[in-house]
Design a binder for this molecule. Structure first.
Ligand SMILES: [Fe+2]
Length: 437
């Protein structure tokens, strides 16, 4: 069974404490004050001790089980039967899972060949990053992406995943909306360190935005074990894009995910996940309120960390980027033991992870073929998502990139050789793309 990376990559480390380099930006200072005013020091201290205590067992469990923590489901079972109660509990515990064969393997392999042809024929106009080894393609509406996103099984799965969340206000429906995201096509033997351990869906905004803060109110109020990571009733209003940046999506994704077009084994350009959602996010949210003990020997003794009401250092938090995590800054997470590879996957398999889950792109690719995936998240119909998908559709029809990716990008995909757009799609697919909103 696969597990952790063989040698810890040269991912960026964030200092445990920064004394002399306090951010000048008052938004950090104010965010901390706001949490303190709402919840008070005692509640934060109580939560810190509980969360660090719980992480001892959680990290031990993951370190022992490694990648076998990650539940594996088969698309046909889920599409026919939905998730059983036991499976739902597994998803809530680990926050991530594999759904095999959401697209039949032969179809996925064929789609990959079609994508390769499309990329070759439009190569000069497709931008990609990183510049040293371009593999993340700023390509959003190739026929392959549209076909996979709108595949009836994929749409049905997305709806099933959206239903794992609840919103008792009746303002959300599980009907999926399709967020246009890019493609990865990564040749072998390229190290990729650009996306080390991180959590998407914003960074400082989790503390700074008053609605986003409320999502974590039990964590801040001394009851972290009561945090419901699948409650959308407040979260649907959270502003993930409070501080605009290319790393942030405007839409809320109940699960981020990708669907593989090629096979990939651990160490072959795949993904690493930290299979826990509620306690890890609680730790990250509480972390800026505590300073580590001066004696390194005491670093894992939560009671020796000092409460810090004044300092405004948020380790790994940069407004325009995702929330980054490192061994140095977040020691209780035991990242080296708990960030684990997903199991080997085949073309047509998909991987899904909760919006608050820590993940990293595989730094290595020692396989013998390109590792290619289409990023397809699962987006329920919330008011914020509907508003964005409407603007996304307008942009697509006007030959512009999706609004979240438009900064500095003037590619007009409608002019690409082989572009087919939304021709021939079902009513269900058109609805998910925003027609009728
Ligand atoms: Fe990410």
């Amino acid at each position: 069974m696969p597990g952790k990376v063989k040698t810890w990559p040269a991912w960026r480390e964030y200092p445990s404490y920064q004394d002399s380099c306090q951010p000048k930006d008052q938004d950090y200072v104010q965010s901390k004050k706001s949490v303190l005013q709402e919840y008070g020091a005692d509640a934060l201290k109580s939560s810190w001790l509980q969360v660090c205590h719980d992480l001892e067992d959680i990290s031990m469990d993951i370190a022992n089980k490694q990648s076998s923590c990650i539940p594996i489901f088969h698309a046909k079972d889920i599409l026919d039967e939905g998730f059983s109660q036991d499976q739902v509990q597994q998803i809530k515990r680990y926050g991530c899972f594999i759904v095999r064969q959401i697209i039949p393997q032969e179809s996925a392999a064929r789609h990959y060949q079609e994508l390769k042809t499309y990329i070759t024929e439009n190569q000069a106009q497709i931008q990609a990053w990183p510049t040293s080894s371009p593999s993340m393609l700023l390509l959003y509406d190739s026929p392959t992406q549209i076909a996979v996103r709108t595949h009836p099984s994929h749409l049905k799965l997305q709806q099933t995943l959206n239903k794992l969340w609840h919103d008792d206000t009746g303002k959300t429906i599980s009907t999926p909306l399709l967020y246009s995201d890019g493609v990865r096509d990564r040749p072998p033997n390229q190290t990729f360190l650009g996306l080390g351990p991180h959590i998407d869906a914003g960074s400082l905004c989790r503390w700074a935005d008053s609605d986003y803060r409320k999502v974590y109110k039990r964590i801040f109020s001394g009851k972290p074990r009561e945090h419901d990571a699948f409650d959308l009733s407040v979260r649907k209003h959270a502003n993930q894009f409070l501080y605009p940046g290319p790393a942030h999506s405007t839409v809320f994704r109940s699960f981020q995910g990708w669907t593989a077009l090629t096979k990939a084994a651990p160490g072959q350009g795949t993904i690493l996940l930290y299979p826990n959602v509620s306690t890890v996010i609680a730790y990250i949210l509480l972390r800026p309120f505590f300073q580590p003990p001066t004696d390194a020997e005491d670093i894992l003794d939560a009671s020796k960390w000092r409460f810090d009401a004044e300092g405004s250092y948020f380790p790994g938090t940069f407004k325009e980027q995702s929330q980054y995590i490192s061994r140095t800054s977040h020691p209780h997470l035991r990242l080296e033991d708990c960030l684990v590879h997903i199991p080997s996957i085949q073309p047509g398999d998909s991987v899904w992870w909760h919006a608050d889950l820590c993940h990293a792109v595989d730094p290595d690719h020692d396989g013998d073929e390109n590792a290619s995936v289409i990023y397809i998240g699962s987006c329920p119909s919330t008011p914020v998502n509907q508003a964005y998908i409407k603007t996304q559709l307008q942009a697509t029809l006007a030959g512009k990139p999706p609004p979240d990716y438009a900064e500095g990008l003037d590619t007009d995909e409608t002019q690409f050789k082989g572009y087919v757009g939304h021709q021939g799609l079902s009513e269900e697919a058109r609805g998910a793309l925003g027609y009728g909103l």
